[in-house]
Design a protein around this ligand. Structure first.
Ligand code: BG6
Length: 470
């Protein structure tokens, strides 16, 4: 479905996220016929680029990071709609460019501001948009992390609300745009099979693991002020946790889903710093943009609890980090052991951990169920078997949208379903406050390892699901 004609204003247009995801994503939407028929993209950032240099930067970014082929014809048509205003020209120069871009489109064209800027810059950009008259009737997409703690999130929300009404605001968390995250909702609420056992009576614990082999690359100054907890946990991992833990919404309307997610956040116990492991990879302090005595964590593992009727007593273990042994993005639901130990020791029962259901949060939907079955042959020897379910690109080709593509399209359509809200985010900062106030000491880990050893004590007698054993 095509959105209304739009001017898309991209703040931070020469930055890492724009190059990796936003520009390639916009091109892909264009090729899939999902951008408005009439649109302009106005880039802006602190770099002194002009239209030509910005187009070249975009072309290089797309060549390096795009998942789709760059067809000359579609590239030319796309690039013609790109322009750039350096931030040094101030809000007036930007307003002038947006006005002239709008004048090229049919009357009533909308404006979407996409703020791909660090948290500390977001507030001043919002204020400038207000002063320049660029907020009226526009929509705004804001990147995570939204604030850096409760006070700054409140301040930012208040500043945003001075300029924009809440329905104009789209706080993005791209993990919610991943196919597999939405598949949690489909699996839970479109089937009769799973929901009856989706609770403390049957589920022993939940693991959400997002290890990354990536380092912080050229994002030193952003990362140094952010760290793994703010970059990944209070944002992506907890949003995903809400999809796992929420009650059935009354409908798939944005309000209904948001209400249920926010109830999960309200039920979460404040994090206990004694149940958090923080790590930093050896060599992080030598990265460009990082302080030589940096206390920023590049790894975090923790226990979260949703203290409500459904989940009381079920730990949710979360972990993520940079420069780890492998990359992966999984949610694993581990079931209780059977009440009776009927199978003899040595039969293999329990040897591979509990039976579990695992969602792979990769771009396409993949789900597996692992359980014990009998190994063929004499006696009773058990093996862990696994049933895979997958909807992948081979079968669905062009329909599969990468998370950012999906969410940019939703914002252009004005659909809030997969976006986060001011209330929800503020509550998550409240839950995080004890950890932010009293962070446990950092433990240094070797790049290429799985992170600090104490993460295993944190969840003992359970085990992390990754690396997959079977
Ligand atoms: C971003 C974080 O939001 O998510 C990055 O800032 C992280 O540090 C990235 O690497 C992971 O996203 P994805 O989609 O590659 O799993």
């Amino acid at each position: 479905m095509n959105p209304d004609p739009h001017v898309i204003v991209l703040f931070g247009a020469s930055g890492d996220l724009a190059r990796r995801k936003l520009l390639p994503g916009l091109l892909r939407l264009f090729q899939a016929g999902l951008l408005p028929i009439d649109f302009r993209i106005v880039g802006t950032s602190l770099d002194e680029l002009d239209d030509e240099r910005f187009r070249r930067l975009a072309r290089d970014a797309v060549a390096e990071f795009s998942r789709s082929h760059v067809y000359e014809r579609s590239w030319e048509a796309f690039a013609r709609r790109l322009s750039f205003v350096p931030g040094s020209g101030g809000p007036r120069a930007l307003a002038e460019r947006v006005r002239s871009a709008r004048a090229e489109l049919p009357p009533g064209a909308r404006v979407l501001h996409y703020l791909s800027v660090p948290p500390r810059a977001a507030q001043s950009v919002v204020a400038e948009l207000g002063e320049a008259g660029l907020a009226e009737g526009a929509r705004i997409v804001m990147e995570k992390p939204f604030g850096t703690d409760l006070a700054s999130a409140r301040e930012l929300n208040a500043a945003v609300h001075e300029v924009f009404e809440e329905p104009q605001v789209f706080r993005i968390d791209h993990f919610l745009g991943k196919e597999a995250a939405q598949n949690i909702l489909a699996l839970r609420f479109a089937n009769g099979l799973f929901e009856p056992i989706w609770n403390r009576l049957h589920i022993d614990h939940v693991l959400i693991e997002v290890p990354e082999t990536l380092s912080i690359g050229m994002r030193g100054s952003f990362y140094e002020a952010t760290g793994a907890f703010r970059d990944m946990v209070v944002t992506h991992l907890m949003q995903v946790l809400a999809f796992v833990a929420m009650e059935p919404p009354t409908s798939l309307e944005p309000r209904a889903i948001t209400e249920e997610k926010n109830k999960v956040f309200r039920s979460m116990k404040p994090l206990d710093p004694r149940e958090v492991v923080r790590g930093q990879y050896a060599g992080y302090r030598d990265e460009p943009g990082v302080a030589p005595d940096s206390e920023t964590e590049t790894f975090v593992a923790l226990k979260a609890e949703v203290d409500n009727w459904r989940w009381s007593g079920v730990p949710f273990y979360l972990r993520t980090g940079k420069r780890l042994a492998e990359s992966g993005r999984i949610i694993s639901i581990a079931y209780h052991e059977p009440p009776q130990g009927m199978f003899p020791r040595g039969s293999g029962v329990g040897a591979y951990g509990p039976d579990h259901m695992t969602f792979d949060l990769d771009e396409a939907s993949r789900l597996s169920l692992s359980f014990y079955g009998k190994r063929p042959g004499p006696g009773m020897r058990l093996e862990k078997a696994s049933m895979q379910f997958s909807l992948d690109e081979t079968a669905y080709g062009r329909d599969v949208l990468e998370a950012y593509e999906r969410l940019i399209h939703d914002a252009l359509m004005g659909d809030h379903t997969l976006f986060t809200t001011a209330d929800g985010i503020e509550r998550l900062w409240e839950v995080s406050a004890p950890l932010l106030e009293l962070p446990p000491p950092l433990q240094i880990y070797q790049p290429g390892s799985w992170g600090p050893e104490t993460q295993h004590q944190l969840i003992a007698p359970h085990r992390w699901r990754l690396p997959f054993e079977r």
